[in-house]
Design a protein around this ligand. Structure first.
Ligand SMILES: C=C(O[C@@H]1C=C(C(=O)O)C=C[C@H]1O)C(=O)O
Length: 244
């Protein structure tokens, strides 16, 4: 039987999930790759993977997608690894560069700039923009070093009162229910064993990894995070309608 191809995110936020998958029998049934979020989305869209930790902004491009887990990469308030970094206060920003590794946070930035901060900006690939979106481990420690840093999960909570989900476990086809159960058990094992994982991770002077993996990243795909996804996707559709 051919293995199920799984694309997970290569950032620290996903390490508990990877720990769970690697410490379970499921490794015999899957081919696991670690990818930046934009590649993870691309693999699901192009049928190069069967399951992915898919940026929610990409769900609209995966016909018939199925969310197969009650775990996600989310946050309830500040997440500490998804930012707009800026040389100016957000109300004065005119140009913004997006992050090529991101799908969700780029869209979230567009929504918040327009609907929450109410600034009209131009998006550009130029290295000289007033502000830029950045996600993942590359952001660790930067918020204290730049003139202005805006945590996008925190801003979303201020805007909507809701938590947020950046990426969900989804498939692009039907899978065996018993496999999905075992997959979820492996993810759950990883979350439960975060203390052991934390002991094994090299210390990082730029981030409190315990706080990040136990408190900032919120892994439960709760009803209010699903509500947030629906709301986020409805804003995203409006933005597509405007920009196309
Ligand atoms: C919290 C994060 O969430 C991520 C952000 C994503 C995106 O912007 O597309 C996708 C997956 C997550 O890893 C992060 O990367 O720091």
């Amino acid at each position: 039987m051919s293995r199920i191809r799984v694309s997970a995110v290569s950032y620290t936020n996903t390490k508990p999930f990877v720990y769970g998958l690697e410490h379970s029998g499921i490794m015999d049934e899957i081919d696991l790759t670690l990818d930046i979020p934009s590649d993870c989305a691309r693999k699901l869209i192009d049928n190069k993977a069967d399951i992915g930790l898919v940026p929610v902004a990409a769900l609209l491009n995966i016909p018939g997608y199925k969310i197969l887990s009650d775990f996600c990469i989310g946050a309830n308030g500040a997440v500490n690894s998804v930012f707009i970094f800026s040389t100016k206060p957000i109300g004065e920003v005119k140009t913004v560069r997006l992050d090529l590794q991101s799908r969700t946070s780029n869209a979230l930035a567009r929504i918040l700039l327009r609907e929450f901060w109410k600034v009209d900006v131009v998006f550009s690939d130029s290295p000289d923009t007033d502000a830029y979106v950045e996600i993942g481990d590359r952001t660790f420690g930067k918020a204290e070093k730049v003139p202005f840093a805006y945590d996008l999960a925190e801003a979303w909570k201020s805007f909507t009162g809701l938590p947020f989900a950046f990426a969900v476990w989804a498939s692009n086809r039907e899978l065996e229910p018993s496999f999905i159960t075992r997959f979820n058990e492996a993810l759950s094992y990883g979350l439960e064993h975060r203390p052991e994982l934390l002991k094994a991770l090299p210390p990082n002077p730029d981030i409190d990894l315990e706080d990040y993996l136990l408190h900032k990243i919120d892994y439960a795909l709760t009803a209010d995070k699903k509500e947030a996804i629906d709301l986020f996707l409805s804003y995203l559709k409006q933005i597509y309608a405007i920009s196309t």
